[in-house]
Design a binder for this molecule. Sequence first.
Ligand SMILES: [Zn+2]
Length: 408
Amino acid sequence: MYNRLKSIIENIKIIDDHGHPGFANYFAGLPANQRIPFATDEYKTPEESSGGFPYLRELHYEAYDRLYGFKREAIQDVEQNSQLAAKYSEKRQAIADYIDDIMDQAGVEILMANIALPDELKNKPNIRFVPAVDPLVFPFDNSYLKKRALSNYFIGYFEYVLAAWKTQYQYNEEGFDGYLGFVDRILAGFMADNVAAFKFVMAYARSTYFAYVPMEEGSLLYEAARKGDLQAYTKLQDLLVWYILRKIVAYDRAVQFHFAITDNYVNYFEPLNLANILENEELKNAKIVILHGGYPRYSSAEILALGGLTPNNVCIDISGRIMFANHPKIIAKMLRGWLEKPLLWEKIIYGSDVLWGERYIYTCAKTGRDAVYFALSGMIDDDIIDEEIAISIAWKIFRENALRIYNL
Ligand SMILES: [Zn+2]
């Protein structure tokens, strides 16, 4: 046991760069056909939350005890199940009263919340918003993209948000140039709200390969796409993504890309789809964060982050499927592959992806701390690094890399 390393890792105040606190509350307020149906948060027992791992089962018992006051005996007593479920849902709806305590107990200083936040969690200094800007990319008839369940949910949600933004900004159809002006105003509005970063989640809905399309083609593509030309529409979407990325770079903000295996076509979530963007002079330094490590395409994430003659600004977030239903020794093995390349010490960022209940802020923080300890202590055991270096890497993963890339 490396006691100094262990105790420092236990006590680092974490910057969690990706999560969805209050997600279920937010979606409960939306029309049913516009919701993302898995954005729910019902009471689940530790057994049901364990992903098959006794480690996680015990961790969820601990979280219920510390955060909700639910004792093991009560959880195991089936008679009390509906009572606990009722208490759980009461607490979920009053999340604003509890989130600070949960973050405090998890040792999380800042949580970056993406896509959507319920009103009660807005304007809190310890929660920083990361809006998804995908809705701007899909202004026309999207029915051809709705064939699979997940793309149907996400596109439906994008359409709902775009309509809301149009109302809010009093935008009516104004042609290509007018639409770009609308995009500019939306992004400027987010900057005025001091968002921490931007996000694209469209790997759920279409390929994340975005061809370079010259801006001069925009007007013609826009008109053709509006009339239903799908080829033109795809090119217009690509153009809009590049346009938004240029704006984000000019704003010196990072952009997160969702990349993880989903109920969609496997080529959609390939991190290397973004390679051509980094080949472009204007965008080669874009601060791109590959969410979920590209789960399970870890080597693609790594190649994108390592590419180039000089270090680029691509980082790898380890939230989501890597973190919330996983065992720390398995995570450590995956981390080890990355940590054997010192350039990646600057590029790995902790995240939880809390979604199915705020106790995951707590359980993921513990799992993440254990995983990073196992990975780094294994490297000390193998004489690859010493304890001092291990400590400095832990600080980078849990805090410093996020502070730097997100300008926090
Ligand atoms: Zn997420």
